[in-house]
Design a protein around this ligand. Structure first.
Ligand code: ARG
Length: 449
């Protein structure tokens, strides 16, 4: 890792130690190292290096023989990492230098040719874009699964009446399928945001080198297409310093997590004895160590809480990037932990929600009686007055309010209020109004519009 300096007095970093006489202090090594975090980029780093090496050979910048030993060496390094035989070293700072250093152990000084016409600045930007690109696919797959779960629950509850709420007060009757369907649509947009982010990030920084490109006759189109990027990034300064792909990814994760937190909150409410709409499977609940009657929706509560991390990670990177001058700054090394954490967190939340909802059972009776008891069909009365009596809606609303008050006073449901009481309020009301108070009909009349 380190070698004797020509003066023989000090040792220094083999990657950049040429002009240094002293090794970094321990604390410097500690604050500088990112290997604990960016070791997750190893596959992307090997892929990027292979593409770069092939391009160097193709452009006659390095010989075919050197290229072959580098490629073989990279494969060996990859196998070592895969098999858990690789020793990551903090003094080698990051994944790029750890891999390059091991390559040198394996194939000798020719390893040093790999970094021709490349800098860690374009290298890390490339690796990170490749990683986030894959993460986008993984997230879409997990959202797909949750949507499938919601759709399958919905398909068995297309006629299951429940109250729809506004202000968390009973508003109008709906079906469970309608309610869950809203989340399916949120997830349609979450996926489209993720894919949009993926599309925008899919340009190759390779070849930008430190910041201004290189004098070597490189072929950026080749490396871009080899790594399945749409094209090389237009501006080299931008290529090494842009991290909006990462902040955008953090935002789409935060937004998706926010949607999950709303669903989680509803499940938490619905699982209370007061609502009694849903029973969570034991596998997805926990008990209390002191109160034997309790069955807590911990998974849903944690999904609700994880939004804090997702939002925090977005704020973290936005704050790191704010006012950073061009081009690369070491500050940007802090870009990965938040992205990795948001990805892991969102994956976990999506899996937890899928498992929890897949195994939950809904209490149709309680849902229906909550819809019956909350004057959820009041709007139907107003609509009947408008339709049958040609009453202006505002007036119908007022008349209906008086009818609801009457039902409240008699402590009865709207469809149990005697016709004569309604007629005392509006003489033109007929028996037909009761047809509109049927919950199923009320819901049906609104569907498919
Ligand atoms: N570990 C570094 C990072 O993640 C790699 C780039 C280092 N570049 C440099 N000029 N020191 O940002």
């Amino acid at each position: 890792m380190t070698k004797k300096q020509p003066n023989g007095v000090k040792e220094s970093n083999q990657m950049w130690g040429g002009r240094f006489n002293a090794n970094p202090s321990d604390i410097m090594t500690q604050i500088n190292a990112s290997i604990d975090v960016d070791c997750r980029l190893w596959q992307q780093d090997v892929a990027g290096s292979k593409a770069h090496c092939e391009m160097l050979v193709k452009q006659n910048i390095i010989s075919e023989g050197d290229g072959e030993s580098i490629l073989k060496g990279l494969e060996k390094v990859a196998a070592e990492i895969e098999n858990g035989e690789f020793e990551f070293k903090a003094e080698l700072e990051d994944i790029h230098m750890n891999i390059e250093s091991r390559l040198k152990d394996l194939i000798g000084d020719v390893a040093g040719k790999l970094h021709t016409a490349r800098s860690r600045n374009d290298q890390v930007a490339t690796d990170f874009r490749l990683w986030v690109r894959q993460a986008c696919d993984d997230l879409v797959q997990k959202i797909d699964r949750l949507q499938d779960v919601l759709k399958s629950v919905s398909s068995t509850h297309e006629a299951s009446i429940m109250p729809g709420f506004t202000h968390l007060q009973v508003a109008q009757p709906i079906t469970l399928a309608m309610h869950l369907g809203a989340y399916v649509q949120m997830m349609v947009r979450d996926k489209s945001r993720i894919l949009d982010c993926q599309k925008r990030l899919n340009e190759s920084p390779l070849g930008a080198c430190a910041l201004s490109g290189t004098g070597f006759n490189i072929d950026r189109e080749f490396t871009a297409s080899n790594l399945e990027f749409d094209k090389p990034m237009e501006n080299t300064m931008d290529a090494v310093s842009a991290r909006d792909f990462a902040t955008e990814f953090l935002f789409v994760c935060a937004q998706s997590g926010l949607h999950l937190s709303r669903l989680a909150e509803e499940i938490i409410l619905w699982a209370t004895p007061q609502f009694g709409f849903v029973n969570l499977n034991d596998e997805w609940s926990t008990g209390s160590s002191i109160m034997p009657q309790k069955k807590n929706p911990d998974a849903a509560e944690l999904v609700r809480a994880k939004t804090g991390r997702l939002n925090g990670n977005l704020m973290q990177l936005m704050t790191v990037m704010k006012a950073l001058p061009l081009a690369y700054n070491k500050d940007m090394q802090e870009d990965k932990s938040c992205v990795f954490e948001s990805f892991d967190t969102l994956c976990l939340c999506l899996d937890a929600m899928s498992g929890m909802i897949e195994t939950a059972s809904f209490n149709i009776k309680n849902m229906r009686s909550a819809a019956e008891s909350g004057y959820a069909t009041a709007t139907e009365i107003a609509d009947w007055l408008v339709r049958e009596l040609d009453m202006p809606f505002r007036e119908a609303h007022h008349v209906t309010g008086t009818i609801v008050k009457q039902a409240e006073e008699q402590k009865c449901a709207l469809d149990r209020l005697p016709l004569s009481d309604m007629q005392a309020i509006e003489p033109r009301v007929t028996d037909d109004i009761f047809n509109s108070l049927n919950l199923d009909k009320a819901v049906q009349s609104r569907l498919n519009k």
